[in-house]
Design a protein around this ligand. Structure first.
Ligand SMILES: NC(=O)c1ccc[n+]([C@@H]2O[C@H](COP(=O)([O-])OP(=O)(O)OC[C@H]3O[C@@H](n4cnc5c(N)ncnc54)[C@H](O)[C@@H]3O)[C@@H](O)[C@H]2O)c1
Length: 260
């Protein structure tokens, strides 16, 4: 976890910073001294994040961008460069559409949409972010995968799971390739988190219970608990953490039988 002004003089670009984990991470990184480029498709949510950071005395700027569009991401990286250079890149934006299910039930359109946002979006962030980060003298890339990148869910979400597996593999490769150029890259793998992304499930007590039974702690994570891990990966405190499958899952992937 970051403390004091640990990110002073750093600029962090966070995609999907208009809600959930991205918003919490934006607030924490700004509180640690970073200038935050708040990037989101949702201008209202992004604007709110910036307003909250500014109200707390931090520095932030909003960039409207669709992470699946190369020109948008290139533009967002440019904004980071104009605001001190790119030191931290948190590729966090992601979607989890209801229509994503078992392979026979999932349409090609849903598959393509999820891949474009969750996997291509992270690729584009790295494609344009890595040269900017090298220019800035190095930094930290945090790509959001998920615990489903390492374990399977019988409540199938095939495109989502495949996209997150891709993020995990891609992140490892980047971590290895750029380690000697001062760039660290880690895949943040949250367990289920209490954010708008899971709202649909959370509203159905049966669906919620179906998931809670597998979590040793018996509860979902809060967005701030995942954001603190992202801040750790962004900060010098994690200087030897590279290429990791950084699970923050309350012990889900360690569990066989959970407490009654
Ligand atoms: N919530 C969970 O249970 C959970 C678990 C594991 C991993 N994750 C991952 O964490 C990340 C953040 O999720 P969250 O729970 O905070 O979700 P969220 O829905 O609260 O926030 C996601 C943000 O991404 C933005 N976004 C969506 N598509 C975009 C696009 N094409 N371009 C730019 N921005 C876009 C949304 O507008 C929103 O502000 C996602 O990658 C998600 O897959 C979430």
């Amino acid at each position: 976890m970051t403390s004091g002004a640990e990110l002073e003089g750093r600029t962090a670009l966070i995609t999907g910073a208009g809600s959930g984990i991205g918003r919490e991470a934006a607030q924490l990184m700004a509180a640690a001294g970073a200038t935050v480029v708040v990037c989101d498709l949702d201008a209202e949510g992004g604007g709110e994040t910036v307003a909250q950071i500014e109200a707390a005395g931090g520095a932030a700027v909003f960039v409207g961008a669709d992470v699946s569009r190369a020109a948008d991401i290139e533009g967002a990286i440019e904004v980071a460069k104009q605001n001190g250079g790119l030191h931290i890149l948190f590729n966090n934006a992601g979607i989890f559409p209801e229509a994503d299910g078992s392979p026979p039930d999932t349409t090609e359109d849903v598959w393509d949409l999820v891949m474009n946002v969750n996997l291509k979006g992270v690729f584009l962030g790295c494609k344009y972010g890595i040269p900017a980060m090298i220019e800035a003298g190095g930094g930290s890339i945090i790509n959001t995968a998920s615990f489903v990148a390492v374990v399977g869910a019988a409540t199938s979400q095939i495109a989502y799971t495949a996209s997150k597996g891709g993020v995990l593999a891609m992140t490892r490769e980047i971590a290895v390739e750029y380690a000697r150029q001062g760039i660290r890259a880690n895949a943040l793998c949250p367990g289920p988190v209490n954010t708008p992304l899971l709202e649909e499930f959370l509203s159905d007590p049966k669906e919620k219970a179906r998931r809670l039974v597998h979590i040793p702690m018996g509860r979902l994570a809060e967005a701030s608990e995942i954001a603190r891990a992202a801040c750790f990966l962004a900060s010098p405190a994690s200087s030897y953490v590279n290429g990791s499958t950084f699970l923050v899952d309350g012990g889900i992937t360690a569990a066989y039988v959970t407490p009654e």
